[in-house]
Design a protein around this ligand. Structure first.
Ligand SMILES: CCCCCCCCCCC/C=C/C(=O)SCCNC(=O)CCNC(=O)[C@H](O)C(C)(C)COP(=O)(O)OP(=O)(O)OC[C@H]1O[C@@H](n2cnc3c(N)ncnc32)[C@H](O)[C@@H]1OP(=O)(O)O
Ligand SMILES: NC(=O)C1=CN([C@@H]2O[C@H](COP(=O)(O)OP(=O)(O)OC[C@H]3O[C@@H](n4cnc5c(N)ncnc54)[C@H](OP(=O)(O)O)[C@@H]3O)[C@@H](O)[C@H]2O)C=CC1
Length: 284
């Protein structure tokens, strides 16, 4: 299938079934980084459909506006703001503004991120830095800024960090494996430190998801990806959105410091080198 067609349409996002009660997020205020596309957009649709007031952020204003328009036309309570999560000063200003505008915050979904595929031996210092900065530093700036405000206001909070499946590493994305390991172990640590403030912190590790994000990989690689799990298929952004609804809601209230993996069993199965394998993979 052509990778350009990956991702759910607004019509699908407006109509897909969910197991959650239609008012289960009523009164909750949710911020989703990278909500202008893919997994973040699916989570915005789902949580807004469940009654949340949602604010999405990302670097491209046009992308954010295009994402929220159909949601607003459906009467959903969704807004947007531009933000580069790598800029700690801008992140602080963003939280000052949204706390005012939303009247507080209940759930932060740190979904913004990504990487480029390259053999690690060829990473430039700047390429390495860009991926660490985007995925580890950016996510941390967001987590800390939210937690400081929850602590100061003596309000509970809930953080969900979207990472990736890193249990056995993954060839060609070593930089993101390093960054996501940092996010996972920071999350486990602050889940303990911040429990006293009523703040929960969990991660979701998606396997191969048929989102717009797949467009950064070569078509030949994308064709191979379904062979990386025993279900032999992609997951959907909706699967991850529903995991966000579980972790963002009261059903998971005793859960913190965990990583919820949705990868079709990929981490338990087979080899993980999906594309341009070394010669030793060739049958002798
Ligand atoms: C070949 C296929 C192998 C398959 C490997 C397995 C993959 C399985 C993956 C499945 C799991 C994960 C899936 C997903 O995450 S899907 C979501 C994907 N979406 C994205 O990744 C989008 C976000 N990505 C980005 O915005 C950028 O890539 C990034 C943030 C990482 C860089 O942004 P920035 O704006 O800072 O980048 P610059 O252009 O300023 O460049 C900074 C340095 O990085 C170097 N660079 C950038 N792109 C590449 C590239 N494609 N190849 C090599 N190097 C690259 C760039 O040259 C700069 O360094 P220099 O100054 O030294 O040149
Ligand atoms: N699809 C998959 O198979 C998997 C995805 N993931 C992760 O899930 C998350 C969502 O991915 P997906 O929806 O598939 O891909 P997308 O590329 O569609 O989503 C990434 C989003 O992050 C935003 N973003 C990137 N960098 C920044 C930044 N510095 N500041 C603010 N926003 C930023 C992008 O918007 P903009 O460019 O406008 O800023 C974009 O909307 C990512 O972290 C991804 O790595 C993990 C495992 C598997």
């Amino acid at each position: 299938m052509d990778k350009e067609s990956y991702g759910l349409s607004d019509k699908q996002l407006a109509e897909l079934d969910t197991v959650f009660a239609s008012d289960s997020f009523s009164g909750k205020r949710v911020v989703i980084s990278g909500g202008g596309s893919g997994i973040g957009k699916a989570a915005a649709w789902l949580l807004a459909r469940l009654g949340a007031k949602v604010l999405i952020c990302g670097r491209s204003y046009e992308k954010l506006m295009a994402a929220i328009k159909p949601m607003q036309e459906m009467g959903l309570d969704v807004g947007c703001k531009t933000l580069d999560i790598r800029n700690p000063e801008k992140v602080q200003t963003f939280f000052d503004e949204i706390m005012d505008e939303l009247g507080g915050l209940d759930v932060l979904i740190n979904n913004a991120g990504g990487q480029f595929p390259q053999p690690a031996i060829d990473f430039s210092p700047n390429g390495w830095r860009a991926v660490i900065d985007n995925n580890l530093n950016g996510t941390w700036f967001m987590m800390q800024a939210a937690a400081q405000r929850w602590r100061d206001a003596e309000k509970p909070g809930n953080i969900i960090n979207i990472v990736t499946v890193i249990d056995r590493g993954m060839p060609d994305i070593a930089h993101t494996c390093a960054a996501r390991a940092g996010v996972i172990y920071t999350s486990k640590t602050v889940a303990v430190e911040w429990a006293q403030y009523g703040i929960r912190v969990n991660c979701i590790a998606p396997g191969i998801i048929a989102s717009e994000g797949m467009r950064v990989y070569p078509q030949e690689a994308v064709d191979e990806f379904p062979r990386s799990n025993p279900m032999q298929r992609f997951g959907s952004s909706w699967d991850i959105a529903q995991a966000c609804a579980y972790l963002g809601g009261d059903a998971s209230q005793f859960m913190t410091g965990e990583v919820m993996t949705l990868d079709g069993g990929g981490r338990l199965w087979g080899e993980l080198w999906p594309y341009k394998k070394p010669d030793y993979f060739k049958p002798s």
